[in-house]
Design a protein around this ligand. Structure first.
Ligand code: SF4
Ligand code: FES
Length: 371
């Protein structure tokens, strides 16, 4: 007879959830969001943790949370914030994430820290629009930074014909190292040096030339590893993603094709709601099959409504106005007085404009004396 594993009960931001032993706090939070999509905002952000990669997590500290009660047996809080991606749940644990101001404050500091050396070159970076650091900074960062020193610079490394390395953008999350280690036959790149001098490099400038190396592009949360065959071809929000597959003898070939008009400009692995690759794809599918006739098209890729990639891709008659926008409009904007007379007489328009300018000048003179 099948025995049910003992479940541990934890309270995460006031919501109770039961999970198996060995589950991390991050996974428990994702479980809540998977059961109720409206709770997605509760899930801690992850810049280094990547479920498909064994051993990932614990590097970036983006996912820190407060354990307000260690367990039912030991009700003391944990003294410091803990990384939710590698901390296992205990029965009776109470965790605070968005409900704890100290966590939110700490997260701002982590964003600031990750941006110390990261260039603000989003306008020319191929990752813009699907960059986890952009999302992290937008959702959790503050608008200013105190760092005044010079940013790190690196010598250029050529890591082969398919992958472009921009070391200045790397946040040292180690995802690409785990990917190369776990899904390719031999890893030829890794993190060299320590602390400020740490960098991703290939040993003796070897190319990453095995069949699955392109997957490091998909796991990189920032634009440090990008697709050389796609560089500068388009902004991601102008392209149209479509799910497709083909008959491939190396991988499942379940991919997303990215179209510009009729042209396939990029092929990537498909990703789940957490931005993680569902199935690894081979370099032949990724870099060499760029014709529609190479593929069996399944249909448009489901893109989260909140993603910039979804911009302009929905029919107006199927889009419901988001509630938050209506609430914001109600609370922040005055109703427009449409009953005002419609004036066309040029002299009256001129006089009204002079009067409006005079009032505006008076207001700004008043504000200046107040300050
Ligand atoms: S290159 Fe990208 S995936 Fe690799 S460690 Fe740097 S940020 Fe992470
Ligand atoms: S996602 Fe948990 S430490 Fe990076």
């Amino acid at each position: 007879m099948e025995t049910k594993p003992d479940l541990l009960k934890i309270t995460f931001d006031g919501i109770e959830v039961e999970v198996e032993a060995g589950t991390t706090i991050m996974q428990a939070a994702r479980r809540i969001a998977e059961a109720d999509a409206s709770q997605g905002h509760l899930v801690p952000p992850a810049m280094c943790y990547y479920k498909p990669l064994e051993g990932s997590g614990g590097k970036c500290r983006a996912c820190l949370v407060k354990v307000a009660q260690g367990s039912a047996k030991d009700t003391r809080p944990m003294p410091k914030l803990v990384p939710s991606c590698i901390t296992m749940v205990q029965d009776g644990m109470v965790v605070e994430n968005v409900t704890n101001p100290a966590v939110l404050e700490e997260r701002k500091a982590i964003v600031e820290f990750l941006l110390l050396n990261h260039p603000l070159d989003c306008p020319i970076c191929d990752q813009a629009g699907e960059c986890h650091l952009q999302d992290f900074a937008y959702e959790h960062g503050s608008s200013n930074q105190r760092y005044e020193e010079e940013r790190r610079t690196f010598e250029k490394h050529d890591i082969g014909p398919y992958i472009q390395l921009h070391m200045t953008r790397c946040i040292l999350c180690y995802r690409c190292v785990y990917t190369a280690d776990q899904i390719t036959e031999k890893r030829v790149h890794g993190v060299l040096g320590r602390g400020d001098a740490a960098e991703i490099s290939t040993y003796i400038e070897k190319s990453i030339d095995n069949d699955f190396s392109g997957n490091v592009i998909d796991v990189c949360p920032v634009g440090a590893l990008t697709d050389k065959t796609y560089r500068f071809k388009n902004r991601v929000w102008f392209s149209k993603p479509v799910d497709a597959h083909r008959d491939c003898d190396k991988c499942s070939s379940h991919v997303t094709l990215w179209y510009r008009g009729e042209e396939v400009i990029r092929v990537t692995a498909r990703k789940n709601e957490w931005g993680e690759v569902e199935e690894w794809i081979c370099n032949t599918c990724r870099f060499e099959k760029k014709k529609t006739s190479d593929w069996i098209i399944e249909g448009p890729t489901k893109v989260l409504r909140s993603s910039v990639v979804s911009a302009n891709k929905y029919r107006a008659d199927t889009v419901k106005k988001p509630d938050f926008a209506l609430r914001l409009a109600n609370s922040q904007y005055k109703p427009i007085d449409d009953s005002r007379p419609f004036i066309t007489d040029e002299e009256t328009v001129r006089q009204l404009s002079i009067e409006n300018n005079r009032k505006a000048n008076e207001r700004s003179a008043f504000e200046n004396t107040e300050n």
